[in-house]
Design a protein around this ligand. Structure first.
Ligand code: HSE
Length: 428
């Protein structure tokens, strides 16, 4: 029998406890699959006395994760603490410097420091893997780095924050405003400790930047992801988008263009009958497009104990099997810094406004759109409420600048109340 793979696990929250359970309960299966036993030798967490529903007394305890990462009897350091800097980064760096492989679920750390950590791992001759950092249980990192390795990837899209998708679909089904559903999600414990990570699109933006690096062979560049959260989405838009055959999703899109790498994470409309449009609740979906394979769609739980622990174990078992893939699918030293490009490609837009009940009001708006070069595909006007009526347009594809010109000119017509809402429609 070959030597066991000895794990040191730092972080015993939901995911850490889930990993401990799999290692304890599926020991025979793991050995059968890898040809060696996978054993936990030491653990670390903030509170030693907390009941986590798993037996930990057989393992050495370290209060300091850096000390855990440096232990001679640890072969593989499993980082499940979270946080972009601080103990997670210090312990990861210590493990790499000590010649240990690392598996992490930490998207924030990799989005901000992934290139440096991947370079350090490469120089030390160790593996640094992160399947659990993106889309929970969906094996999308493996799909991109291995399954699609023979493709030029053309586009990566995804709903990668389950909390936002829960909020948007709950607003739709219950007819409730954002603020009320946000409070519900908070009470259910769905939100990160800092909720702006979820609703501000940051968590999903971290994940998109990691997939971009693999897909396009570039250094991770979270700083150039165009980010917009879901905080300003109104129930009226959800309902009226639905009426026009669309649903609103916090969607990430990354593609390499002649101008550079476009990465944006923002609310947009997708056709209600598309796979992305049918996504409900906290589920995640990633759509990958390659020149040889065409489009593939991966769907599954984006968070939670079992799904995230499943993803951690996928990396652990690769290392147990001796499979060592570069962190971002090619040597970190060969990754170029991407040239960031704004997402300026023409797209159709959804436009909602409150129009005054005056003769010629609609004609004025239509003229302004026409003069800006924005062509109307569909239009709907709802019954007047007091002095204004909601009016919706779906435009043909147009550049965002043309639409912005039209929006400015609309303000001067005197027939539009407040600010129109404009949301991009993504062709998926
Ligand atoms: N907060 C994330 C989500 C899960 O709601 O999808 C962890 O990335």
């Amino acid at each position: 029998m070959s030597t066991p793979l000895r794990l040191g696990i730092a972080g015993l929250g939901t995911v850490g406890a889930g990993v401990v359970k799999i290692v304890q309960r599926k020991a025979e299966l793991l050995t059968a699959r890898t040809g060696r036993s996978v054993e936990i030798v030491a653990v670390s967490a903030r509170n030693r006395d907390k009941d986590r529903g798993v037996r930990l007394k057989d393992y050495a305890w370290e209060d300091d994760p850096v000390a855990l990462a440096r232990r001679d009897d640890v072969d593989l350091f499993v980082e499940l603490m979270g946080g972009s800097d601080g103990p997670a980064k210090a312990a990861t760096e210590a493990a790499i410097a000590g010649g240990k492989d690392v598996v992490t679920a930490n998207k924030a750390m990799l989005a901000l420091h992934g290139q440096d950590l991947a370079l350090a791992a490469e120089e030390a001759g160790v593996a640094l893997r992160f399947e659990a950092a993106v889309a929970g249980g969906i094996p999308v990192v493996k799909a991109l780095t291995e399954g699609l390795a023979g493709n030029e990837v053309q586009r990566v899209m995804g709903v990668m924050n389950g909390t936002c998708n829960y909020i948007l679909t709950r607003m739709e089904h219950a007819g409730l405003p954002y603020e009320e559903v946000f409070e519900e999600a908070n009470a259910l414990g769905y939100l990160e400790a800092d909720p702006t990570l979820d609703v501000g699109g940051i968590d999903a933006g971290h994940k998109l930047s990691l997939l971009s690096a693999i897909a396009f062979g570039t250094q991770v560049d979270f700083g150039s992801v165009e980010l917009e959260g879901i905080e300003r989405i109104e129930i009226a838009d959800i309902e009226q988008a639905r009426d026009m055959g669309f649903r609103i999703k916090l969607l990430g899109v990354a593609q390499m263009t002649g101008r550079g790498l476009e990465q944006r994470m923002a609310p947009c409309l997708v056709p209600a009958d598309s796979p992305l449009g049918q996504l409900e609740g906290g589920t995640n979906m990633v759509v990958l497009e390659g020149d040889a394979v065409g489009q593939i769609v991966l769907r599954g739980a984006g968070a939670g104990e079992g799904p995230t622990a499943s993803a951690v174990m996928s990396d652990v078992l690769d290392i147990a099997r001796g499979i060592r893939v570069s962190t971002f699918g090619q040597p970190a030293s060969s990754l170029e810094k991407p040239v960031p490009a704004k997402a300026t490609a023409p797209a159709p837009f959804y436009l909602r406004m409150e129009l005054q009940d005056k003769p010629g009001a609609l004609a004025k708006v239509a003229t302004v759109l026409g003069e800006a070069g924005v062509s109307i595909d569909r239009m709907r006007q709802y019954r007047h409420q007091r002095t204004t009526a909601p009016v919706l347009f779906v435009t043909h594809k147009c550049p965002r600048e043309a639409l912005d010109r039209a929006l400015v000119a609309m303000g001067a017509t005197g027939v539009v109340e407040g600010h129109p809402v404009a949301i991009r429609i993504e062709e998926v």
